[in-house]
Design a protein around this ligand. Structure first.
Ligand code: BES
Ligand code: MN
Ligand code: MN
Length: 453
């Protein structure tokens, strides 16, 4: 039987199994789900055991890492597949049309938390591998490293990588955890942004006060926090933190023109999001703003009274969580320092400010002349009948920069998701087309990579 026939004949089984994996609420951020995260790791381990593949669960200080390998001949090239089985919290639950951990298939899509990010995409790799094994067609060596902490910063995976360089030796890393432009327009991600993430606390008076007795005479930390945050961007949408842009790579006009040739329909973009106009840094297109420019966004802001009815209070404290997406050459640590220094400097005398850094990571760029890129492009060309377009995406996978630094390996970001999959949002979904097309394309990748190498 050919590999493609095996895939065709097992589509139902492949779907049922993915649904079973999606039923496990492996939310890494919330300790309430700790046992479920482990169950997801066990589920994946069992997949490899069923195929007779050597597999181990590596314990970490946090969630476990599943590692499997199949070496058919040390002289042949080795592909290291990376992915994550953990998911984002599903909150707010009330905004889901069906419960996040009770997957349903509707309109040719699977709806569940993790459907696209990243269980559906990581599972394509396991099924592609299964199809190759069952049809005796695996052309090269393969290693799988599937972690449970991507959504919380991959700290323990970075420890594991530093301690297991020999074990992880490979010729390329293959990852499906990104988007394609559309189901008619295949693309390969060649850039990811970095991240710097901070939490700020602004304190005014030493206790909550009556807003009548003290309003207008004591500085309100929420008002002040809002002013401070507003000042971090000017009217042009530029970030005002001194030094913020110092290391940002200035890309030549031709490169930007090339990027803007990728199909992008601003009208449907706005329609999809229910907005009347897009907004971003002046002088750049939407494609450039997500791909090559850094940003600063408030992810959450709280303080004072937010319960039912009206309570008159002048709060003692105000808080916000702020993310900055970074581009190549900016250092996450340096940007966090610049932010912290600036935020303290702009604080007026009537408040005290604390800045607490969270996890972050560096941006990455993947060269299109790498063997892995060529193999991925050929594989997509074969399944789509079209040459894929290289794109730079706005999201972050910090471990990609670490792979480059610690293992000197490029990661090929051959993802199959769509922006409309709504990852991290309520009603996350993954198309059946994308799932099956992904499985097929991955099997071709192995073939082409082995030939090119
Ligand atoms: N799969 C995403 C990254 C992604 C999203 C890449 C969209 C390209 C397009 C990943 O699971 C993720 O969510 N990463 C986090 C960063 C991490 C440090 C928590 C992100 O981008 O917010
Ligand atoms: Mn992901
Ligand atoms: Mn994610």
């Amino acid at each position: 039987m050919t590999t493609l026939t095996y895939i065709e004949e097992n589509k139902g089984k492949f779907l049922d199994e993915l649904l079973a994996l999606l039923r496990i609420p492996s939310v890494s951020a919330d300790s309430k789900f700790k046992d479920d995260v482990r169950s997801a790791a066990e589920f994946i381990k069992a997949q490899f055991e069923d195929l007779g593949t050597e597999v181990e669960i590596f314990e970490t200080e946090g969630h476990p890492i599943v590692y499997a390998e199949h070496i058919i001949d040390p002289m042949l090239p080795t592909v290291l597949v990376y992915g994550h089985y953990d998911v984002q919290p599903a909150d707010p639950y009330e905004l889901w049309d069906s419960p996040p951990f009770e997957p349903v298939v509707k309109d040719e899509k699977i709806f569940a938390r993790g459907a696209a990010d990243d269980k559906g995409q990581v599972y394509m790799h396991i099924k592609a591998y299964e199809a190759l094994i069952k049809t005796d067609s695996l052309p090269c060596n393969v290693k799988f490293m599937i972690e449970g902490e991507e959504e919380v910063g991959s700290h323990n995976l970075s420890v594991f990588i530093k301690q297991n360089k020999e074990k992880l030796s490979a010729d390329v890393i293959l990852i499906s955890d990104t988007h394609i432009i559309s189901n008619d327009t295949p693309s390969i991600t060649v850039g990811l942004r970095g991240l710097s993430y901070v939490e700020v606390e602004v304190t005014g008076p030493n206790r909550d006060l009556h807003s009548g007795t003290f309003g207008g005479v004591v500085g309100n930390p929420i008002n002040t926090l809002c002013r401070m945050i507003a000042s971090l961007q000017n009217e042009k949408g530029e970030i005002t933190i001194p030094g913020f842009y110092d290391k940002v790579e200035v890309l030549p006009r031709e490169y930007r023109d090339q990027m803007n040739l990728a199909p992008f329909d601003l009208e449907s973009f706005k329609n999809d999001l229910g907005i009347d106009s897009e907004k971003g840094e002046e002088g750049y297109t939407t494609i450039e703003r997500t791909g090559i420019r850094p940003t600063l966004d408030v992810n959450g802001i709280w303080g004072g009274y937010t319960g039912e009815g009206a309570k008159t209070v002048l709060p003692s404290k105000a808080h916000a969580k702020i993310s900055m997406r970074l581009v190549p050459n900016q250092s996450s640590e340096e940007i966090t320092e610049l932010f912290t220094k600036h935020f303290k400097e702009i604080a007026p005398n009537h408040v005290k400010v604390r800045v607490r850094p969270h996890h972050g990571g560096e941006a990455s760029v993947i060269p299109t002349d790498a063997a892995g890129y060529k193999a991925a492009a050929k594989a997509m060309k074969k399944t789509w009948g079209k040459e894929p377009i290289p794109t730079r995406e706005g999201g972050s996978i910090p471990i990609v920069a670490l792979f480059q630094k610690e293992l000197s390996l490029d990661s090929i970001l051959m993802g199959f998701g769509l922006q409309e999959d709504a990852i991290h949002s309520p009603n996350e979904s993954y198309g059946l087309f994308n799932y099956y097309r992904g499985i097929e394309t991955i099997t071709h990748f192995y073939q082409f990579f082995t030939e090119i190498k």
